[in-house]
Design a protein around this ligand. Sequence first.
Ligand SMILES: Cc1cc2nc3c(=O)[nH]c(=O)nc-3n(C[C@H](O)[C@H](O)[C@H](O)COP(=O)(O)OP(=O)(O)OC[C@H]3O[C@@H](n4cnc5c(N)ncnc54)[C@H](O)[C@@H]3O)c2cc1C
Length: 422
Amino acid sequence: MSLRDKLLNFLYTHRGFIKDPCRLPRHVEKKRQEVRHWAEEEILPVVEELDRRAKEEFPWEIVRKGAEIGLLTDLIPRTFGGGGRLLDFFRHGTLHGALIIEELSKVCPGVAVIFGAHMLGLLPILLSMDFKAGRRFLSRVTDAARSGKPELCAFAITEPAAGSDAEDTHGARRAKLLTYAKKKDGYYVLNGRKCFISNGSVASIITVFAATDKEKGIDSWTCFVVERGMKGFSVGRIEDKMGQRASPAAELIFEDVKVPSANRVGREGEGWKLNLLTLDTSRPPVGFIALGAAQHAVRKGLEYAEKEGLLRDRHVQHIFADMLMKIEAARTVVWRACSTFPPVSWLSATAKCFASDVAMDVCSRVVDFMGDEGVKVGNEVEKAFRDVKLTQIYEGTNQIQRLSFAEDYPGLNRKNKPFRVF
Ligand SMILES: Cc1cc2nc3c(=O)[nH]c(=O)nc-3n(C[C@H](O)[C@H](O)[C@H](O)COP(=O)(O)OP(=O)(O)OC[C@H]3O[C@@H](n4cnc5c(N)ncnc54)[C@H](O)[C@@H]3O)c2cc1C
C-alpha cells in the first residue's frame, strides 16, 4: 500500500473521533473522567431527593467530596495554596473549571451551581490582583478545603431595585442602589440588602458590592468581603425556585455591619469595573451548565426512543440530529469564550445567551417528543427543563446579553468602529 493510500485510510478510519474542539491536557481529562464517574455513581442516585428536600437540607457531603477533588480550589493560584498556576487564566481562561462544571450539570445543574457560584465569589478577588485580599481570603479557602471543613464563597450584586441594572452599562446609571458602605476610621459601615444570592445562606466569604457615595452611585461601587458571623449580617428569605433547587438563593441583610478596611477588594470606586470583568469571565461557563443539562435531556430522549422502537424512524432521527447539531454549535462557541482571556464582552454574552437558548429549546423538544412521559414529575427530563430555564435569567437575562453584545460588538455601536471583518 502506498503512503498516500495509508494516509487516506488513516484519515478515513479516524474521522469522527473529535469529541471536543481541541485536546485537553492529560491531568484535566483525568479530572473530567473522575468527576463524571463521581457524579454518575454518587450524585445521580440522590438528585431527586436534593430537588425535593432543597429547603430542608444543604448537601455538605457533596461539597466536602468536591473539595477533596479540588473543585473549590483549582481556580486559586498555587501562591495561595490552590491548584492553579498564576498564568493559567491567560492561557486557557476558565475552560478547565467550566468543563468540570459541565460534567456536574449533566447530572444535576443545582449541584453544578453550588461550585459555580463559589468560583463566581472568588473571581473578584482573583481578578482584582489585590495580593493582600488574596492572602487573606484565598488562602483561607484553600486551608479550609484541605482541613475537610470546606468554606464556600458567594458573589452579591443583585439588589431588590437593581437586577439587570447592576449587570450592564446600559442600566447602570439609573440603578437604584440600596447598599451603602460609609467609611470610618479603619473600617466601613455597611447597610442594605442583596437578593437571590446563590450560596448566600451557606457561604463563609461573600464578595459584596456597595456604593461608598450616595451621589456618585455606581461610580463609587466598591467590592468588600463580608464574612459569615459578622455582627449585623444576617440571611433573610431563601427562595423557593422552580429549578436548580439544590443550590440555595438567599436574601442577605446588612445592618450596620462593621467591615474592616482590610476586607476591601481592590481600590475604592473600582467595583463597577471589577463587576463587569467578573461577569464577562463567568458568563461563558453558564453556557456549559445549560448545555450539560441539555445533553442529559437528549440522552434520556434517546433512551426513550430506543425503548419505544422509534429510533429507526427517519423523522425521529432528524429531530435528534437537529438538537445535537445545535448543542455541538453552542458547545464550540462556549468553548471558545471560556478559553478567551482577558474576556471579550460580546463573545461572553454570545456564549451565555446562545447556549442557554439552545439548551432551553432542546429540553422543550425532548419533553414534546416524550409526550406524557416527558412531563412526569421525577422524570429527569422534566427536571432538566426546569433547571435550564434559570440559565436564561441569572448573570444577566438573555435580553441583557443582547444589549451587552450590541454595546460591545465592533461596528454595532457608534463608539466601536469599524465593523468587525472576519
Ligand atoms: C437562580 C438565580 C440565582 C442567582 N444568583 C445570583 C448571585 O449569585 N448573585 C447575584 O448578585 N445575583 C444573582 N441572581 C440575580 C440575577 O442575576 C437577576 O435576577 C437577574 O439579573 C435579573 O434581574 P431582576 O430579577 O431584577 O430582573 P429585572 O432587571 O427587573 O428584569 C425584568 C425583565 O426586564 C428585562 N429588562 C430589564 N432591563 C432591560 C432592558 N434595558 N432592555 C430589555 N429588557 C430589559 C429583563 O431581561 C427581564 O426579562 C440570581 C438569580 C437567579 C434566578
